[in-house]
Design a protein around this ligand. Structure first.
Ligand SMILES: NC(=O)c1ccc[n+]([C@@H]2O[C@H](COP(=O)([O-])OP(=O)(O)OC[C@H]3O[C@@H](n4cnc5c(N)ncnc54)[C@H](O)[C@@H]3O)[C@@H](O)[C@H]2O)c1
Length: 126
């Protein structure tokens, strides 16, 4: 599969598992998390499978961070096909800029196709 994914909250837990699963299917992954060391670790595991990974430190609650992350990913990989809007946490106290997509009642953006996901990001002004 010749696809590019952005996976947020991919340093550990569900996001990490999704990132590794996508990589097993041949997807190159931007591994996005507040925890850069954790993101690097996930990226190393993906690279060990022979796929490309780009660890990016991003706080998904900050639009400027999200915007920069999208630009960095586009610069490195050229496009985004899949958005895994996973960042959050078990405590569930933080609401990310990306999860405002869900608050606006739009269809789930988790693993959405890039055109729709990017359009949603544009609609959010990020
Ligand atoms: N684990 C569950 O039972 C469960 C149940 C329902 C929903 N969820 C949701 O699934 C998602 C992942 O859950 P998990 O259990 O894997 O969580 P986790 O706490 O194991 O991992 C969350 C990851 O997201 C990162 N993160 C948190 N806030 C961030 C932010 N603002 N910007 C960037 N990265 C951020 C953390 O650094 C961490 O690496 C969360 O959104 C959570 O609310 C989980």
């Amino acid at each position: 599969m010749d696809k590019i994914a952005v996976a947020t909250g991919a340093a550990k837990g569900i996001g990490r598992a999704i990132a590794l699963r996508l990589a097993r299917d041949g997807v190159d992954v931007a591994v996005v998390d507040m925890d850069l060391e954790g993101a690097r670790q996930t990226a190393s595991e993906i690279e060990a499978m022979g796929h490309s990974a780009l660890p990016i430190r991003t706080d998904a609650t900050k639009s400027s961070d999200v915007n920069e992350m999208v630009q960095t990913t586009l610069k490195e990989f050229g496009r985004i096909d899949i958005l895994v809007n996973n960042a959050g946490g078990r405590e569930g106290k933080e609401r990310s800029a990306l999860s405002s997509i869900e608050r606006r009642g739009l269809e789930s953006c988790r693993c959405a196709e890039s055109q729709r996901g990017l359009q949603l990001l544009r609609n959010l002004g990020v």
